[in-house]
Design a protein around this ligand. Structure first.
Ligand code: BTN
Length: 253
């Protein structure tokens, strides 16, 4: 029996192969699976990334999706993206060798030494009142391997020197950190999460390129606002808020 050392409130389901743990979590959420159900798969045949991208899912990496039923609006539920990113930063920082930098890249990537090691995909369903019915937090972590041809360079925990780790340890670490930050969000609201995320943010104060579906522009990443939008200062001094898109540092432009 594998010991994930999960905190109370998590109900772990481990599957061998599944199409996508997010899709499986959605199915189970619709079938009334309880809050805290955590689906982990050894491999996925149709792993999903943001913006309809494919998420490569070979054996040896972590694929998991957590079903939550917080009593909040759909908009407030988006805060959980940042809760998850902080939790994953903290979980990975405890696993990688000392001095290896783990950071959060807006909106929902985790970087090690500037390369993507994990991605987060939130999906939700709302009721007629605009309240969340369920929220699925899907997380993929490159542990043994990483994809080689990606728009943003990738890495893995093994490649970055964390050689004695695996999906079980990473999942347990994430669950414990997630519980801590989810409780802080519940008690103190998004202000505490925003501050913690900014402390872990990649490239704060630096120039970045923002890529939107129909536009690209460059500016300085100066803040995250109270709704989770990125605040970019343009050369003119004007500030622009970005609610969706991808960001890249100057060396990747
Ligand atoms: C991204 O960076 O684009 C988000 C990637 C999210 C991938 C994870 S793997 C587990 C879960 N199941 C999926 O199909 N996707 C998420």
């Amino acid at each position: 029996m594998v010991n994930h050392n999960l905190p109370p409130g998590f109900h772990l389901v481990v599957l061998d192969t599944v199409d996508s743990t997010n899709v499986e979590a959605r199915r189970r959420a619709e079938a009334e699976a309880p809050d805290g159900t955590l689906i982990q798969a050894v491999t996925q045949t149709q792993g999903r990334g943001r913006r309809g991208r494919h998420w490569e899912s070979p054996t040896g990496n972590l694929y998991m999706s957590l079903i939550l039923r917080p009593d909040c609006s759909v908009a407030a539920g988006l805060d959980v993206t940042f809760v998850s990113a902080i939790a994953m930063c903290d979980a990975l920082a405890a696993i990688v060798p000392p001095l290896v930098g783990v950071a959060a890249k807006w909106p929902n990537d985790i970087l090690i030494n500037g390369r993507k090691v994990a991605g987060i995909l939130l999906e939700s369903a709302s009721g007629s009142s605009g309240k969340l019915r369920w929220l699925v937090v899907g997380v993929g972590v490159n542990i043994q391997s990483f994809p080689k041809r990606t728009e943003y360079p990738a890495t893995s925990l093994n490649f970055e020197g964390a050689v004695n780790t695996g999906p079980t340890e990473v999942l347990g670490g994430f669950a414990r950190c997630f519980k801590r930050w989810f409780d802080i969000w519940g008690n103190e609201g998004f202000a505490a999460i925003r501050e913690a995320w900014l402390q872990r943010a990649e490239g704060l104060g630096e120039m970045i390129e923002v890529r939107l579906p129909d536009e690209r522009f460059t500016g300085r990443f100066v803040d995250l606002d109270e709704s989770g939008s990125l605040i970019i200062e343009l050369e003119s001094g004007e500030r622009r808020s970005v609610t969706t898109g991808d960001v890249f540092p100057p060396e990747l432009i």
